[in-house]
Design a protein around this ligand. Structure first.
Ligand SMILES: [Zn+2]
Ligand SMILES: [Zn+2]
Length: 352
């Protein structure tokens, strides 16, 4: 089968690899119809998490919609021909963590994530889904491929982070990081708030997209952030920040604009800067509430995420900017990494 294989930092190669096959009675094989690349894949692509990718072996990708083409003998919920998606992480549905709804922390799978280490991801014609009955999900026909791809990660993750921010209608809220998940969160927030959310980023075309989706853009490189937030909040700071950058400077920025008692709800992946110094004194002095949701437990939220699409709250066209084929993933990944002008997220469609 054709697949995109990781060969090191900024080096993806489309090649022919052995077909995905049933290895365990609980496996399902899915033929990929569409996939994408998540912001968290960039950490692998950019070589920032070398321990999570195997050179010459790892196939990236944890977002998918596709069709079941083979089922193991123990699988009861799926048959060939079913249209399906999966959450980015593998979960069994029965272990203590899954029973708590913490599906991203499944003890049976060992918190396995598609496209990380040895578990092949969706940048391939076919994907092996282990423990399929535990986490594979049917996709109703009313959800098109673009929206279905968002159900694997970006949309339920944004929902979790926005929910955790616990906003009220008259709150002033800021989104830090206007990548794909930040843009989805912005769409969710605009329906929950009377005032448009602020959106902070340093990439002009991302801010333009955020403005078109109803946010108030603030360029952290050129705009006086503290003055703008101060003016909008009588000098107090915002009630809540939802954050999707996953970097120390973004965390510091987010906490600096919160009012006393405000909520920081993080969806960014804080794994690269493990030694980042944070002022606990500032967090303490302002009674800030810090909620981290980076290893998001998206499986329990997929139905609500799908409803956000069918109810028109989230429009996938607000997020996807490029439609490509599998063979173009290496070029598109570099454009995504460079934050090329006009590049937000790719929808990869596989012809067969
Ligand atoms: Zn993701
Ligand atoms: Zn489990």
């Amino acid at each position: 089968m054709r697949a995109v294989v990781y060969h090191g930092s900024h080096d993806l190669r489309v090649s022919t690899v052995p077909d995905a096959t049933i290895e365990d009675p609980g496996d399902v094989i899915v033929a990929t119809a569409a996939t994408s690349m998540c912001g968290s894949d960039l950490y692998l692509y950019q070589g920032e998490m070398p321990d999570l990718a195997v050179i010459g072996r790892t196939i990236l990708g944890h977002e998918i919609v596709g069709e079941v083409v083979a089922v193991g003998s123990d699988v009861t919920r799926f048959s060939s021909g079913d249209r399906v998606t999966f959450p980015f992480s593998v979960s069994c549905g029965t272990c203590p963590m899954c029973s708590l709804g913490l599906t991203g922390h499944c003890s049976t799978s060992g918190k396995a994530i598609y496209g990380f280490r040895e578990l092949a991801g969706s940048h391939a014609e076919f994907v092996r889904v282990p423990l399929a009955d535990g986490h594979l999900r049917h996709v109703p026909d009313v959800i098109d491929d673009a929206a279905a791809v968002l159900l694997s990660c970006n949309l339920p993750a944004a929902l979790i982070v926005v929910d955790a921010a616990d906003v009220h209608r008259d709150d002033v809220v800021a989104v830090v990081g206007a990548g794909p998940t930040g843009l989805v969160a912005l769409q969710l927030l605009t329906t929950r708030l009377e005032q448009p959310p602020f959106v902070l980023d340093r990439v002009p075309h991302r801010l333009d997209r955020a403005a078109s989706l109803g946010g108030i853009p603030i360029d952290v490189e050129t705009d006086p952030v503290a003055d703008i937030i101060g003016e909008a909040t009588d000098g107090l700071g915002v009630d809540a920040v939802v954050e999707f950058a996953g970097r120390g400077d973004a965390f510091d920025l987010a906490t600096s604009i919160l009012r006393p008692g405000g909520v920081f709800s993080g969806g960014g992946v804080y794994r690269v800067e493990t030694a980042h110094p944070t002022s606990l004194a500032l967090l303490f002095a302002n009674d800030l509430q810090i909620k981290l949701n980076g290893l998001a437990n998206v499986l329990p939220e997929i139905d609500r995420a799908a409803a956000a699409v069918t109810e028109g709250i989230v429009d996938p066209d607000g997020v996807f900017s490029h439609h490509i084929g599998l063979e173009e993933i290496p070029v598109a990944a570099e454009a995504f990494s460079r934050r090329d002008d006009g590049f937000h997220k790719m929808l990869v469609t596989l012809d067969r």
